[in-house]
Design a protein around this ligand. Structure first.
Ligand SMILES: *[C@@H]1O[C@H](CO)[C@@H](O)[C@H](O)[C@H]1NC(C)=O
Ligand SMILES: *[C@@H]1O[C@H](CO)[C@@H](O)[C@H](O)[C@H]1NC(C)=O
Ligand SMILES: *[C@@H]1O[C@H](CO)[C@@H](O)[C@H](O)[C@H]1NC(C)=O
Length: 515
């Protein structure tokens, strides 16, 4: 997810940062990597001739507990403002919501909604999610504090920020506010319109998994399908090779200490793979790698595309070597390790748990602990592969993923199941019944199955973009964008025209608006 959601908790990949061993899931690392890549290229573009000043960063005082007015504690929530296109105080405001990781100035400079702002003279504001990035309340991340972390708290922040920022920037009361967000933040964008229609005029929810689910086995169904999709460089042979590679890793794990030692060296593991729980950690990480390649296929800054991964997996095929797919997977691990600047990977379950228990905010810079908490108390989203038809490893199974909630937060499996059900009844799952929300998804993206992909009536529209990956419509446009992605962006533009009226400069569109 917004991007991402490494919503993607169950598949933990521990990455050793130059000996310090700060853990993070591979998917979250990947997304951070992509975000940094896109932001750095974004800033260099905006510093070109004629570019306005860098966006202003500000802080809003927000109540820690918005549901208890007797509680006077507060925290500072970070935001960015880009007023470079803002034509009049009666113009629209595009509010870009942050999700389960830090937000940056890029949120108001590149991609959606910044690329759409010139056409309507919109003010663009980015709002970081509470408990992520630098918007972490004093007192850190202990369990009592995390009681103030939920999507409902985040939505209360959106409502109060919307009112406070309108006053601060003297935005006219007639200005329409439109929320944008990707992945979990896309769900927030949809829910902000659903719960606060008097404050939020409309929302564009990109790759938003609005249905919570405990056992997210459908994730790997889409990964399998995408690996066979010729549109993104996959094939049935590629899926078979991926499956064979996992079978080979499992065979080597079972083949005794000598084979495991060799495997450890070949996959760049930081420590031994003797314990069963560490083996499950390794298998989970490898699945996260393949899932991550699919989820972020063809995005700027990704180390591997589906096409390249399939190329590696099928490379040794012609000389008939049985371990060719395994060698390809091994090569893929090395490519990802290299691009993330890692020397080795930690697959120690004990280390995962220990790191997730750390309550000092700086250690979890990608929000690992906070997001685990949200999956344990709201969403589930645990990716599994226990169905016999699933082509990867059956480990780690659901119980071991749920056990993490118990070991880190003392939350039982049954409480997680109840929380997931409650989330769906509170927001309405895939039939939220909101009006003026556009749901966009890519059909390569494993998360689209939890989103809204078919319009339900004229006021809740949906766009499913063929061959697109997670939140791809929000990313800055690139020459390599597929025709279907361009068409998808045109549809989003047309939806905004339907809501806001004709764009300025008539033919102006995201395809021609620079950035
Ligand atoms: C509301 O906040 C007050 C002041 O911090 C506290 O004493 C009270 O217990 C809180 N009420 C609830 C329902 O949490
Ligand atoms: C805010 O806008 C109103 C007009 O809507 C104007 O009269 C007023 O001076 C503005 N205030 C500031 C501080 O810009
Ligand atoms: C098979 O091909 C791969 C890739 O071209 C090569 O690295 C490997 O050494 C070959 N193996 C044999 C047994 O020829």
């Amino acid at each position: 997810m917004a991007g991402r959601p490494a919503l993607w908790r169950g598949l933990l990949l521990l990455l050793s940062l130059g000996g310090s061993s700060a853990p993070a899931s591979l998917l979250r690392r990947l997304r951070e990597h992509i975000q940094q890549f896109q932001e750095s290229s974004g800033l260099s573009l905006t510093l070109g001739p004629g570019a306005g000043a860098l966006p202003k960063q500000g802080w809003l005082g927000q109540p820690l507990d918005p549901f208890n007015t007797s509680d006077r504690r507060s925290f500072l929530q970070r935001y960015w403002v880009n007023d470079q296109h803002w034509a009049s105080q009666h113009g629209p405001v595009f509010l870009h919501l942050g999700g389960e990781s830090r937000l940056g100035s890029g949120s108001v400079m590149r991609g959606h909604p910044a690329a759409l702002a010139p056409a309507w003279g919109a003010l663009v504001i980015g709002l970081e999610h509470r408990f992520y990035g630098l918007s972490i309340p004093a007192g850190g991340l202990d369990v009592a504090q995390l009681g103030f972390l939920s999507s409902r708290h985040a939505l209360a922040d959106v409502a109060s920020a919307r009112l406070a920022l309108a006053r601060l920037f003297n935005v006219s009361t007639s200005s329409p506010w439109i929320c944008f967000g990707g992945s979990y933040a896309g769900s927030l964008a949809a829910w902000a319109r659903l719960k606060f229609p008097h404050l939020i005029f409309a929302s564009v929810a990109s790759s938003a998994p609005v249905r919570a689910v405990l056992d997210f086995s459908e994730y790997n169904e889409v990964v399998s399908r995408s690996l066979t999709s010729t549109a993104v460089g996959g094939s049935p042979e590629c899926l078979a090779a991926a499956s064979a590679a996992f079978a080979e890793v499992e065979r080597r794990l079972r083949a005794g200490p000598g084979a495991r030692a060799a495997l450890r060296a070949e996959l760049g593991a930081c420590s031994s793979l003797g314990r069963t729980e560490d083996q499950a950690e390794l298998l989970g990480a490898l699945q996260a790698l393949v899932g991550g390649v699919v989820q972020y296929d063809a995005q700027a800054g990704v180390p591997l595309s589906v096409r390249r991964l399939c190329g590696l997996l099928l490379e040794g095929r012609s000389n008939g070597s049985r371990s060719a797919p395994y060698l390809g997977l091994r090569r893929a691990v090395q490519v990802v390790l290299h691009s993330l600047g890692q020397r080795c990977l930690s697959f120690s379950r004990a280390e995962t748990v220990a790191q997730l228990k750390v309550t000092a905010p700086h250690v979890s810079s990608v929000g690992e602990r906070q997001w685990l908490y949200q999956t344990c108390t709201e969403f589930g989203f645990y990716v599994t592969c226990e169905d016999p038809r699933c082509p990867f490893s059956q480990l780690p199974a659901l119980p071991s993923q749920l056990e993490l909630c118990e070991r880190v937060f003392g939350l039982s499996a049954s409480s997680i199941a109840r929380a997931v059900a409650q989330t769906n009844s509170y927001y309405g799952g895939q039939t939220p019944g909101a009006t003026q929300v556009l749901f966009t998804n890519g059909d390569t993206d494993p998360w689209h199955v939890l989103s809204v992909t078919r319009a339900s009536g004229p006021s809740e529209s949906a766009l499913l973009i063929p061959g697109a990956s997670h939140c791809m419509d929000m990313a800055p446009k690139r020459p390599s964008d597929s025709p279907s992605l361009r068409l998808g962006r045109q549809s989003i533009f047309q939806q905004l025209q339907a809501w806001l009226g004709p764009a300025k400069g008539s033919q102006e569109s995201p395809v021609s608006s620079g950035g």
